[in-house]
Design a protein around this ligand. Sequence first.
Ligand code: FES
Length: 162
Amino acid sequence: MDKEEKTRGADLTRVNELVTEYSQQKWALIPLLQKIQDEFGYIPPQSIPIIARNLRLFPSQVQGVISFYSQLYTQPRGRKVVRVCRGTACHVRGGKTILKLVKRHLDIEEGETTPDMEYTLETVACIGVCALAPNIVVADRVYGHLNPKKVEQLFKNRESGE
Ligand code: FES
């Protein structure tokens, strides 16, 4: 499924309702974007012209704000976000290999989502638990002292096609 197909099914009726509700407010753009993302899991790109029109902004201004905030997304994300640490402590303890293995198990690159929408893969500068390096986070749970065997255990259901 390509990126456009993933976003095509978004129900813009709800976007219109939210935009109307928030357009009465001053400084409404960021809360509105957050609200849309809370409801859809991302900000459907087709909603950007609607938001811009109602808040009397240019679509490029709305897009600029979305691009500025790394917590705002214009593509659907997987049910579980996998964050591999690329910080120094993790790097010197094999973080690069861990990232390579996670990519192989999920069969996606950084920033991508598996076709079944189960996993999105990201890297982060530091998870904040350097003493456990190398680390990854899967669906908000930290897994430390990783090695190839542990990575295999974490994603073993991917191998059997479950
Ligand atoms: S460098 Fe990986 S958790 Fe800090």
